[in-house]
Design a protein around this ligand. Sequence first.
Ligand code: AMP
Ligand code: GLY
Length: 426
Amino acid sequence: MNILVVGGGGREHTIIRKLRENPEVNTIYALPGNGGIAQDATCVPISATAIDDIVKFASENAIDFAVVAPDDPLAMGCVDRLHAIGIPCFGPEAKAAQIEASKVFSKNLMKKYGIPTARYETFSDADAAIAYIRQGSFPIVIKADGLALGKGVLICEDEQAAVDGVRAIMLDKRFGDSGNHIVVEEFLEGPEVSVLAFTDGKVVKPMVSSMDHKRAGDHDTGLNTGGMGTIAPNPYYTPAVAERCMQEIFLPTIAAMNAEGRTFRGCLYFGLMITKDGPKVIEYNCRFGDPETQVVLPLLKSDLLTIMHACENGTLDQTEVAFSDGAACCVILASGGYPEKYEKGKEITLNDAESAANVQVFHSGTALKDGALVTNGGRVLGVTATADDLGSAIQDAYAAAKKIRFEGMFMRSDIGARAMQACNND
Ligand code: AMP
Ligand code: GLY
């Protein structure tokens, strides 16, 4: 079988490594891939958002199955276009990808179908938003409607910050057109849990839960990033919480999307907050999370390609989705300056970081330059270790991460520390 994977980050590298475990897989093409993915797949220099070029490539290269991993091509209808030329895909069509692509859409969906989430109002006029904020309590949360690389969320401590935030998003267009509409919502408190779930639009099979670490600095300080590390499973996601999530959030969301004529097939990501009033949805993503995938898929015992086919064919109820009882930790190695300005092109020395059987190095932002591996992004590598328990996974991930060198490299030193504390308090 020939497989096409759209995307070129750590998430895609993890998916490709897992797909390779299926003996029926021959060639995997990554569009565009990256310097590390090149060791596991055939990289083709076509951007993940060049939909016409992707469709042309797929039609000319006998592709049997396509995996569209990032949010942008999903929202742009890449899966719809591949379906139109008869190629089965893993990933939602554009009208289902709206669950991530428009926060106004997803908030209204939750309100209409009674799915627990933060109270909110939506606005397309800055003056109306400011008038509403002046009557509110603080902190308050302002979100740009559209895709904004995970940066379109402002948590405002007081009225002035909130008013400035509305102006920045709606009038100065800090996040471009994604700020034409905004959501203003209640600030929620509690531990956050990420749950990725496979669905064929009929049944939903959650994967092992995980915890992201979004801030750049130790102890959750500094700017928000795409994610500096992850652990799985998340200790706050107890069996009782999982059952509530299934009944109150996962099943109602699948049913709501069907009722709206937007059946979701693929990986639906639930960003949850476990508040004192129960679990609530912070956000939906229409895809695998990054770097959640780097800890979730290494724990998957079942065959990924079989599951992906089942999501497309509507046979997920008959398909095994089993995870190991162990734990995983992924530590992200980032370029100095990230998430702000950083330099690229620094030579990377991996040493024997990947020598242990329980360690994998997934490439997020790397490139090959004259045969040498160099940095090519803010998040450069994700070092994942799996083990029987979380403490060993954390220890092994850090031991491997510390073998790697590139100029300006930095990592958080406390990935998994909060989860360990929660485990010990049990
Ligand atoms: P999002 O892009 O919607 O996931 O938001 C990014 C981050 O902002 C989340 O991971 C939360 O830490 C935080 N956040 C978003 N919405 C809220 C909220 N209503 N209350 C508190 N924190 C929030
Ligand atoms: N790690 C969060 C995301 O993928 O959006």
